[in-house]
Design a protein around this ligand. Structure first.
Ligand SMILES: [Zn+2]
Length: 249
């Protein structure tokens, strides 16, 4: 399915550490390491890549991973330069996420899907883009008019949905089956490249279903709540809503 290493973030978002073997080491602007398995998310869909550590078992040496990305289907770990040598191919290591950051991103990502779900259900507005940092994010919608009262009502509706403790489920479907789901069309699943035969979906049960590659919490109770920080116009149709997380009580 994927070349090279196992990419565990897509099947278990809660795995924060795994033992692995160094499969290749390259140098670009920084040292780039591929492992035979990893818990790192390489970034994409508005979710930034993880950060963390690679720890060599033999001598407890560690390297900071400052970013990750996908190159030719492989997850590549970019090391912070530290003036000493890189790990070697074949080294046995442990790879650890900066879990506080990743978990905040999971909560933020799920909160943004809840926002999409509410805006679609209550206003029929398409999403045109989005981005996030740990604990805050923004989404752009095709929304002709927006007002303070409207965003207040959206915020309240999203918080109700999060408090409803909805499960979040990940599935991988054959392309034809995914296309048969009417809700997926609004997230422009039809723009996915022809070659992709399997489509990963993320569902907030009873609220939202999207084609998505990101990492999410398992239940909306883990998000807590959201606060709308503001909204702005990005052209005649596009409106941007900015949110931040409110920790669970
Ligand atoms: Zn998403």
């Amino acid at each position: 399915m994927t070349p090279g290493g196992e990419q565990l973030c897509y099947s278990d978002a809660y795995l924060r550490s795994v033992g692995a073997r160094v499969a290749s080491v390259g140098t670009d602007a920084a040292t780039m390491v591929v492992l035979d398995r990893t818990v790192f998310y390489p970034g994409g869909g508005g979710q930034p890549s993880d950060r963390g550590l690679i720890l060599r078992t033999a001598d407890a040496r560690s390297w900071t991973v400052r970013a990750a990305r996908k190159v030719d289907g492989e997850i590549v770990h970019e090391l912070e330069p530290d003036g000493s040598g890189p790990p070697a191919v074949g080294d046995i290591v442990q790879v650890d996420l900066d879990w506080a950051r990743r978990h905040a991103l999971m909560r933020t990502h799920t909160a943004l899907h809840a926002l999409c779900g509410v805006v679609w259900r209550d206003h029929g507005a398409f999403v045109t883009g989005g981005n996030m940092e740990p604990g805050s994010g923004r989404m752009d919608f095709e929304f002709e008019r927006m007002s303070g009262d409207l965003v207040d009502s959206i915020e309240a509706a999203v918080n109700l949905e999060l408090a409803a403790e909805r499960d979040v489920r990940v599935a991988v479907l054959p392309r034809a089956e995914a296309f048969a789901i009417p809700d997926l069309i609004r997230t422009k699943v039809n723009l996915l490249p022809e070659g992709i035969e399997q489509i990963r979906t993320v569902e907030i049960v009873g609220l939202d279903l999207q084609a998505d590659g990101g990492t999410h919490v398992a239940n909306t109770r883990e998000v807590g709540g959201i606060r709308v920080l503001g909204y702005e116009s990005k052209g005649r149709i596009n409106k941007r809503i900015r949110i931040e997380l409110v920790d669970p009580a």
